[in-house]
Design a protein around this ligand. Structure first.
Ligand SMILES: C[S@@+](CC[C@H](N)C(=O)[O-])C[C@H]1O[C@@H](n2cnc3c(N)ncnc32)[C@H](O)[C@@H]1O
Length: 215
């Protein structure tokens, strides 16, 4: 009897140790801790105040996407806003093409990185400034060039904001996710790197003719 109880206990210990192997537990724990740290460092800061339906996570533009964006800005000049500037890569590309750029970013870690990169690469603040501001709460009427690499779900709301605020001669570049009801000026690239250009004067006159597009 005692022998069989001991056997059952041993079996139980065996299955317990094989299901909860110490190295496996440590690795799983480390993986979750790592993922949580990355998530909280790069996604969480500054996000709590933004409404859930307007939250956009960090995802950097690819090299091609950056080149496509710059192609659609050829021949233009003046002030440029990058709505959610991340590590600053689009701002740096645009400032080296002569634009006076502002990167709006609510993630303080990305903001600190972009600011440090500007200072170690010698980009003057009149060419590139990074501000810790929620662009939804910012008046963008002083910008005649706007870049947005955000998320499909926010493009409709963003379109309404930009139409209210931007001057008639403004151009808006949407990376990867187009505006749902706006007439396209041109686009460059394909797939995930496709980038779309819209001229505000054209969008306004199109929407005057078709004020209530069917979705
Ligand atoms: C998809 S990433 C694009 C980053 C960068 N523009 C690029 O192309 O590499 C979107 C960025 O927008 C920032 N963001 C999201 N909502 C924001 C808001 N309301 N105001 C300012 N930045 C915001 C995020 O923190 C994130 O860095």
């Amino acid at each position: 009897m005692e022998d069989s109880i001991e056997m059952i206990l041993q079996e139980h210990r065996g299955s317990y140790t094989s299901r909860h192997h110490p190295i496996l537990s440590v690795c799983t724990g480390a993986l979750f801790t790592g993922l949580y740290s990355v998530w909280s460092l790069f996604v969480l800061p500054g996000f709590r105040k933004v409404p859930l339906n307007l939250k956009v996570p960090y995802l950097p533009s690819s090299k091609d996407q950056t080149l496509n964006t710059m192609k659609l800005l050829e021949g233009r000049a003046g002030r440029l806003a990058d709505l959610g500037s991340g590590d600053g890569r689009l701002v740096f590309a645009a400032s080296s093409a002569g634009f006076k750029c502002t990167g709006f970013e609510i993630n303080s870690i990305l903001l600190a990185y972009a600011r440090s990169k500007a200072s170690w690469t010698g980009v003057p603040s009149r060419q590139a400034t990074f501000v810790n501001k929620d662009f939804w709460k910012t008046d963008l009427s002083s910008y005649n060039n706007v870049i947005a690499f955000l998320a499909p779900g926010v493009m409709g709301v963003l379109g309404e904001k930009l139409l209210k605020e931007l001057p008639d001669d403004a151009r808006v570049i949407a990376c990867r996710f187009p505006f749902p009801d706006w007439p396209l000026q041109s686009s460059v690239g394909s797939g995930l790197d496709e980038t779309f250009a819209y001229d505000i004067s054209r969008v306004r006159s199109h929407l005057r003719q078709e004020p209530n597009p069917v979705r």
